[in-house]
Ligand binder design. Structure first.
Ligand code: HEC
Length: 143
């Protein structure tokens, strides 16, 4: 009886350790280049379609769905994200995201962040699709 209790306490302890080992950092260290001010100021999310943005994020974005790296919860803890350095952006981290405008997101999604896992999507996604995914991400996670 006592043994079972000890085993389950240990199990809970180790589970919480692994969970925190994989949890995304916040604030996140960030060296990403800044968009030129013409792009940083853009925001076409008012006309964008967040439902299509969700489909792109989860499945249809090319070359790869965002979720694989940025995670189910937008926290940068996706399956592939775990192996990357720097880590995928944690959209749920208000402290990091407060300085990242919709236009900055647009510019990086389109052109990528050289030297990181964030590939350019400008040749494989249409502009309106990029805005759809930005709307979804901002509405869902960026607070
Ligand atoms: C192969 C993994 C991978 C995929 C797929 C991916 N990303 Fe990223 N993303 C990253 C990494 C790594 C970074 C961090 C780059 C850096 O630190 O400069 C990043 C950064 C970003 C940023 C942060 C820009 C900034 O200025 O800080 C945005 C926005 C973003 N990704 C959006 C997306 C969207 C939207 C998709 C899907 C269309 C996507 N990413 C797909 C790995 C990925």
């Amino acid at each position: 009886m006592k043994k079972t209790l000890i085993v389950s306490v240990l199990a809970v302890f180790f589970l919480s350790m692994t969970a925190s080992a994989f949890a995304a950092e916040c604030p996140q260290p960030r060296k990403t280049k800044s968009a030129p001010s013409s792009d940083a100021k853009k925001d076409n999310t008012d006309k964008a379609d967040a439902a299509n943005g969700k489909a792109l994020y989860d499945k249809t974005a090319k070359p790869m769905a965002c979720k694989n790296c940025h995670g189910d919860n937008g926290d940068g803890a996706g399956k592939l994200g775990a192996a990357l350095k720097p880590k995928p952006r944690n959209f749920a981290c208000a402290e990091t995201m407060k300085d990242i405008s919709a236009g900055q997101m647009y510019w990086i999604i389109k052109n990528g962040s050289p030297g990181t896992g964030m590939a350019p999507h400008g040749k494989t996604m249409k502009d309106n699709e990029i805005w759809d995914v930005i709307k979804y991400v901002r509405e869902t996670w960026v607070k």
